[in-house]
Design a protein around this ligand. Structure first.
Ligand code: ZN
Length: 223
């Protein structure tokens, strides 16, 4: 697609939002980005009745709590918010922006960005996958299974070890104050052993369904 293909079209811009942070010893730094990109790819293929305009992902996010682990790169909450706001501001040639977020740590930044974007009178929506298992929130069974479904060559199952499995709400205060390493020395929140691609594929299908219907609903409601 070139600029000539966008003239007279007013598409919906859809942007994967990820992170670059440690995901234990067995998953790559861009795990959240890979998942967001895959979900965008799926809905663009599926929602042929909506003119979606996918972009490259935002590859860095708010990952300060993982900073104790070498390799992690964070741009912080405020900068993440600003990046999203500026993207929306520069998309006035489009009919709105959809942010598809793969990183839980971006939630507050995205919430803040959406308030500013909507206050300024622009159309935007944000979506994040939900998991019901609060004992398995980072590099555990869920994320590892999803990565196995997307690209098993990027998963080192021989290195997968159990992390801390207390529910997230019992760990959040400690992680906010002292970082993820204080709560989980190996950086894993959950247990990736026994992760499997079939489960990952089922999760991706569910998320694709949820994201697609969210975009449909949002697209239908005109201000
Ligand atoms: Zn992740």
């Amino acid at each position: 697609m070139t600029s000539a293909d966008v003239v007279d079209r007013r598409p919906i811009v859809i942007v994967p939002v990820g992170s670059w942070e440690q995901h234990g010893a067995h998953l790559p730094f861009d795990t959240d980005t890979v998942i967001a990109v895959e979900l965008v790819r799926r809905v663009v293929e599926r929602l042929t009745d909506i003119p979606l305009f996918p972009t490259d992902p935002i590859a860095f996010g708010n990952s300060g709590e993982h900073g104790d682990f070498p390799g992690t790169i964070s741009i912080g909450r405020e900068t993440t918010t600003k990046v999203l706001v500026e993207i929306a501001r520069s998309c006035d040639w489009a009919d709105g922006v959809v942010f598809v977020n793969g990183h839980g740590g971006n939630a507050q930044a995205i919430h803040d960005a959406m308030e500013i974007i909507r206050f300024e009178g622009r159309r935007a929506m944000a979506w994040s996958p939900t998991t019901t298992d609060s004992h398995d929130t980072h590099a555990g069974h869920t994320e590892t299974s999803v990565m196995l479904a997307i690209d098993p060559s990027r998963v080192r199952m021989d290195r997968a070890v159990k992390g801390v499995t207390e529910p997230l709400d019992q760990l959040l205060d400690l992680m906010r104050e002292s970082g993820v390493r204080a709560a989980s020395p190996n950086g894993v929140l959950g247990d990736p052993r026994g992760a499997d691609a079939t489960h990952g594929l089922a999760l991706l299908d569910d998320w694709e369904e949820s994201l697609s219907s969210s975009i449909h609903l949002w697209h239908r409601v005109r201000p």
